[in-house]
Design a protein. Sequence first.
Length: 363
Amino acid sequence: MRQRIVSLVLEIGWMVPWLIALGAGASWWVPILSGLALVVISTSRRRGTFGPLAVLAGVAIGYLMGSGFGAVAAGIGAWRGWAAHGRPTRSGLLGRLVVVLIALSALVIWHPNWWPVLPASLILAVAGMAEASRPPGVGSEEWWSLGSAFGLVSLGAALVVYGLAFWGPWKHLAGPLNAVLAFAIGLISDTIVRLLSRIHFHGHLHIPKIQRSSANAHRPPPPRLVAGHHLVWVILIAVVGAIVVTLGVWWISRALANWNPKPAEDEERLERRRVGDPYRGHPGRVRFTRRVVRVRLKSAVRRQKGASPNETLREWFRRVHHEVPSPVTLYEEVRYGGVRDTAERARRTHRQWPPEPQPPPKG
């Protein structure tokens, strides 16, 4: 059920800030309630009766609370709630997350003041997907302890990167880097033009003149070193980030040390492997009746009438001789019935083995 709820929230949750931005904020709860109601009704036996009634009721309430926008949102919520059956795949949840980010990004571009909805929706969506992807044998406490530890490591790394990128001296290198890039582009273009001027073309080649700037024009400002409180902020944020990363790594080690999920079902832990033939490579251990049968089957292989890899001796006799003679019974009693094998049984198998079928006449 939690996979259905997460999938439904990802599909209709992005409509809540849109309804508020469009002036239909009083109906923000209608699509959520409509979707949840249709999820419950879709699993009942009377869904053919209560389903259409719930859809009409949700659309009517949405129209009363938020006019046309509320009615459309309620209809979409009911539609997605009715369709939220089965267990969504991980790729399906990722697709719904992309839809959420695109829809809210359009809202932020339209109203930049709504920028907090993007990080908030990303955090909530990732948390919901993590809960939906929790394995059946893993408890919520163990799962979220490990996830919180990884989140703490990410927060510490983000603090370090933020401090070095925002307060660090890297932004003062923009002027010199722009000057070096402009010089490289000018040098390459000037070299290409000079090379083209030495090539003999039929006709005239117009060589554009490159405007050379004066020595004092557009000179980049001299780089300034970080000093004062900037350097203090760099050190402070880097130290705090390193401490947070250390705590997160310690938390991860503790969470993995206590990781003890419930075992999965026995059928999921079955080991599938090929069982080797204990008599393969040991011809001396195959005696009496089995030895007679093996020699006969090898002779059939040389005549291109051998048995298939998954074909039993009984099936091979039916295919080649169109009958099941007594040597098959003698062999199966030893091979599967637990009857003691003897030399007399082997001689009987050899005597009663049918002759090879004659090939059909040519022409």
